[in-house]
Design a binder for this molecule. Structure first.
Ligand SMILES: *Cc1c(COP(=O)(O)O)cnc(C)c1O
Length: 398
């Protein structure tokens, strides 16, 4: 017998759980795309997305996943032969660097490994060494979803400023937006990219690129961005079709409108605080389990951990066994380990990730932790006692 029947719970780090009101908002006939409600909605979601990213500047929307948003941002500011500095803290940093390589950029990678955040001193040194200012852009992941390391964008801004370097600062906020505090303007980020399917609680399919005047000036000053990725008209449309460079993503826009209403009704500060509390709930359980077993969170220092995803090691093939058991027996789907060992290495089965982004709350996280503990019990994976009590204590304190 399995106990999986009932409402399933997808706890992978994107796509995330979709709220019923978002799904219901999407359950509607096709609108006229040329005038009327959908055109107004596109203007309103643009404005409210900027509130989530804490920017007064501009946003361009694309029918794309995160990879598309990566490429969109780069296509506007880079030209073939430009140099790019990439501060890498996991698989997704390498992925973005690879997109830049594909656009003909010359890449310098600063790799900080899989357990440490960006060291701003190394970034500053690399920028100082670039005496003729060939580096156009510095790329980093706010949160790298493979390692669950959270970088502080302010430290990268400070490194650029200390070096007196004019390069743009580009942040990958795909896993972090509407989960971890992010202040694009106040923190001096020039370009930020995100997608619809993580903290924004909408199905995969929309990519967003926020950019400030400095980024816009560079993009405009250098002709050559390919037509489809050009952010100019998307951010400043004179006709409704320009928001998406063609037919608009009608149903995603309906869903996004509802999701943004939910975020702003709760309040972005409360959304961030909820993610922080739920993350601490998970960490309390993981600490207790780890005290009597092999479970380890990838990032030792809580101050450097994402509030949206937690990467864990369990040793042997226990990550995969646990994931499969939880899905089969309880209806809970956990995330695979990603990028902790080379692709194809069987040790990958020792890792897994918990996604806790977007539409998640206290009882879901307690249920998730209970299912994990049941799985370890069923599979004879050793663990320390008291994890669920420790988690409950965090929830109780709020
Ligand atoms: C999910 C994610 C991506 C990739 O997004 P896709 O929609 O899968 O293309 C890139 N960067 C980060 C940090 C992510 O979490």
């Amino acid at each position: 017998m399995s106990l999986a029947a009932g409402r399933p719970y997808l706890a992978i780090p994107g796509p995330s759980v979709m709220p019923d009101p978002v799904l219901q908002a999407m359950h509607t006939p096709s609108p006229n795309i040329y005038e009327g409600e959908i055109v107004d909605l596109m203007a309103s979601v643009s404005a409210d997305l900027k509130r989530v990213a804490r920017t007064e500047h501009q946003v361009a929307m694309y029918m794309a996943n995160g990879h598309g948003a990566w490429e969109a941002a780069l296509a506007n500011v880079l030209r073939s032969g430009d140099k790019v500095l990439v501060a890498v803290t996991g698989r997704f940093g390498h992925g973005w660097a690879d997109m830049a390589t594909g656009l003909g950029a010359e890449i310098e990678i600063l790799d900080f490994g899989l357990k440490s955040p960006v060291d701003p001193d190394r970034v500053e040194a690399a920028l100082r060494a670039d005496t003729d200012h060939r580096i156009r852009a510095v790329l980093f992941s706010h949160v790298d979803t493979s390692t669950s390391i959270r970088n502080d964008p302010r430290l990268l801004r400070a490194a650029l400023d200390a070096a007196g370097h004019p390069a743009l600062l580009l942040a990958d906020c795909i896993a972090s937006l509407a989960c971890d505090r992010f202040e694009m303007d106040a923190w001096g980020v020039d370009v930020a990219v995100t997608g619809s399917q993580k903290g924004l609680m909408v199905p995969p399919g929309l990519g967003f690129v926020f950019f400030n005047d400095k980024a816009q000036a560079l993009a405009v000053g250098r002709n050559g961005v390919s037509r489809y990725w050009d952010w100019t008209a998307r951010a400043n449309p004179v006709a409704g079709y320009q928001y998406f460079g063609g037919t608009s993503a009608t149903h995603h826009v309906y869903g996004l409108r509802k999701a943004l209403d939910m975020i702003h009704d709760e309040g972005i500060e409360s959304v961030w605080a909820r993610h922080a509390s739920l993350a601490r709930t998970i960490w309390a359980a993981c600490d207790a389990w780890g005290a009597g077993g092999a479970m380890r969170m990838n990032v030792a220092d809580p101050a450097l951990r994402s509030h949206a995803v937690t990467a864990l090691g369990l040793g042997d093939d226990n990550g995969t066994r646990l994931r499969q058991w939880c899905e089969r027996e309880t209806g809970l789907t956990l995330g695979i380990g990603l990028g902790m060992v080379p692709d194809g290495d069987p040790r990958a089965h020792g890792y897994f990730r918990i996604g806790h982004m977007g539409h998640v709350n206290g009882h879901m996280i307690m249920g998730l932790l209970g299912a994990i503990e049941a799985g370890m019990l069923a599979l004879d994976i050793p663990f320390g006692p008291g994890a669920l009590s420790a988690a409950a204590a965090v929830i109780a304190k709020g």
